[in-house]
Design a binder for this molecule. Structure first.
Ligand SMILES: [Zn+2]
Ligand SMILES: [Zn+2]
Length: 187
């Protein structure tokens, strides 16, 4: 059955829709889920941690198990939200050693409601603007690229403005490699 995404209004298959809370009451498309709902949930997680008061910094929040705040009745699927694994598809570098590959993450989410992820100094987890990803010949969630291989594909060094400032993956407080920090938080 087709329904309207409660955020952008696009017609989508109900069976493939997502719980849009806390952004809206209703169901939303995969794109809105990725662009708004997931970041909003992370934002909530972060806020709840801030309210506890202490300097339990973001690294600690991210280091603690990721909790799905609103459990959907249908099994959790991360298809279209997370690539199969986090290895750079060009050189094989694991860009997110602290996170399980998709299948394992789904298994954990369905069994426990949580899937632990940790950001480390080896992380190259980021979100660049669509145009940059496209220029690299990549599909959304078509896999991961390390910073070196992404730069090789687009033929230039990444700049601060290539990164989506509104995305929680680009939070300057998250641990990452020196070269990602240099690009993401630099000029
Ligand atoms: Zn939508
Ligand atoms: Zn690479």
């Amino acid at each position: 059955m087709k329904i309207e995404c409660c955020i952008c209004g696009e017609l989508i298959d109900e069976i493939r829709s997502n719980n849009a809370r806390p952004v809206e009451e209703g169901r939303c498309c995969a794109k809105c889920n990725t662009d708004y709902v997931i970041p909003a949930r992370f934002e909530l997680l972060r806020k709840s941690e801030d309210e506890v008061g202490s300097a339990a910094q973001l690294a600690k929040v991210w280091g603690s198990p990721m909790t799905i705040l609103h459990k959907d009745a249908q099994p959790v699927s991360l298809k279209g939200l997370q690539s199969e694994h986090h290895n750079c598809i060009d050189c094989g570098y694991n860009t997110f050693p602290g996170a399980p590959p998709r299948e394992l993450a789904e298994f954990q989410l369905n069994r426990d409601g949580t899937s632990p992820i940790t950001f480390t100094d080896e992380c190259e987890v980021y979100m660049v603007r669509e145009a940059v990803w496209k220029a690299a010949g990549m599909e959304p969630y078509g896999g991961c690229l390390c910073i070196g291989c992404l730069e090789k594909r687009i033929g230039r060094k990444l700049k601060r403005k290539d990164f989506r400032r509104d995305h929680s993956f680009n939070d300057p407080r998250l641990p990452c490699t020196d070269r990602l920090r240099d690009r993401r938080d630099g000029e």
